[in-house]
Write a protein that binds this ligand. Structure first.
Ligand SMILES: [Zn+2]
Length: 374
């Protein structure tokens, strides 16, 4: 039986200082009327920098994101945006997922301007839908990837270092999840015409590999740029990895245990303050323990995580007390048949995941002690 392989990516990806100022120029190809969904913190900057560019017949309406990428929030924007030509999302991952889902339901083009490089949200054709209580609801598969993704290096250089680090955490998992998926010849995250996922292409896997190489080479140096709100070559390279390669590599290469474990971890109340990428990297370490990966490989990732300031242990992520019953449920949810755990090249049970979580946390505590971190 023949298999169908595929790669998907945004139609355009730009890395540009002050891209926000040129928003109307980038949008013009998609019509005159833009509906902008923005995070509240960036509203005044959008008004000052982007809106003056909408001249003559061009028009822009600004809506403030309500805070959760939920069905109720998306429906609100679908109702408000139906007379506009294209949708623009400006903000963090949930804002962008909301903008993408709104454009999807209205079958309109979407332009994405991330203010954080912390998730894969800018470039993928997936919106992660949450319930209003912040628990995971479902993946919404969109008809296409965004039409334009504008990585404004000025804005991204100013993001809090914690979000930069979270993006590195998410980006670190991309290659290792794609590697598991590729070894097992399992599906990626691209939806085929028959509503089944497709297989990874060589180029999708290669992008995932380059994502890891780029982060390994440049992320530690880029952290100094973000800490000082300046743009350097290492930061530009890392942004390309954490925004574009991480997303396209994950979507076209496939996800595996790391993201499935992250999704299980959303159940734990103490971890609600942790970023997506902060939990994903714990999921990655757990995946590597499940695979009995070489210690050298694990230590290389630990060193990158420490260099960019990522939390390592469950306690660093905010866990106050370890409750066995709760973590058995995390392992159970991570093995949900609709999640990506089944992309691992061996059979995974909740018991195996639970045991790996325990061993991983102990291993990370030992690394911290060895590297004399408090
Ligand atoms: Zn992710």
């Amino acid at each position: 039986m023949s298999v169908t392989k595929a790669i998907a990516s945004p139609a355009k990806f730009l890395v540009q200082a002050n891209a926000l100022k040129d928003l109307s120029v980038h949008g013009k190809a998609y019509g005159n009327k833009a509906y902008l969904i923005c995070d509240s913190f960036i509203v005044s900057r959008v008004q000052e920098k982007a809106l003056p560019g909408f001249l003559n017949e061009q028009r822009a309406e600004l809506a403030v994101f309500g805070g959760q990428c939920s069905d109720s929030e998306i429906n609100k924007h679908v109702d408000a945006a139906c007379d506009f030509d294209y949708i623009v999302g400006i903000g963090g991952g949930k804002t962008l997922d909301t903008a993408k889902a709104t454009a999807h339901y209205l079958a309109k083009p979407v332009l994405i301007l991330p203010t954080l490089a912390s998730t894969d949200a800018p470039c993928t054709a997936i919106s992660v839908i949450y319930n209003d209580d912040d628990t995971f609801n479902r993946y919404l598969f969109l008809a296409k990837n965004p039409d334009v993704v504008l990585a404004d290096t000025q804005i991204l250089a100013e993001e809090p270092p914690r979000f930069f680090a979270a993006g590195v955490g998410d980006g670190l998992a991309t290659y290792f999840e794609a590697r598991a998926c590729f070894a097992a010849q399992r599906d990626n995250l691209i939806l085929g015409n028959d509503s089944k996922m497709l297989k990874p292409t060589l180029i999708g896997f290669t992008i995932a590999q380059t994502c890891y190489e780029t982060i390994r080479k440049y992320a530690a140096q880029a952290a100094y740029a973000v800490q000082n709100k300046v743009i350097t070559a290492a930061l530009e390279n890392t942004i390309e990895a954490t925004i574009y390669m991480s997303a396209v590599g994950a979507e076209s290469g496939g996800c595996a245990a790391a993201h499935a474990i992250h999704n299980g971890m959303t159940l734990v109340h103490d971890l609600h303050g942790a970023q997506h990428g902060e939990k994903v990297i714990f999921g990655l370490f757990t995946q590597l323990v499940m695979e009995a990966a070489p210690m050298q490989e694990i230590e290389e990732i630990v060193d990158i995580a420490i260099a960019v300031g990522l939390p390592l242990t469950l306690e660093d992520l905010g866990l106050k007390t370890f409750n066995e019953e709760e973590w058995r449920q995390v392992a159970e949810v991570a093995c949900d048949k609709n999640d990506t755990m089944h992309n691992m090249p061996f059979t995974v049970t909740p018991e195996l995941v639970y045991d790996a979580i325990i061993a991983t946390n102990a291993m990370l505590h030992a690394f911290k002690k060895e590297k004399q971190l408090s």
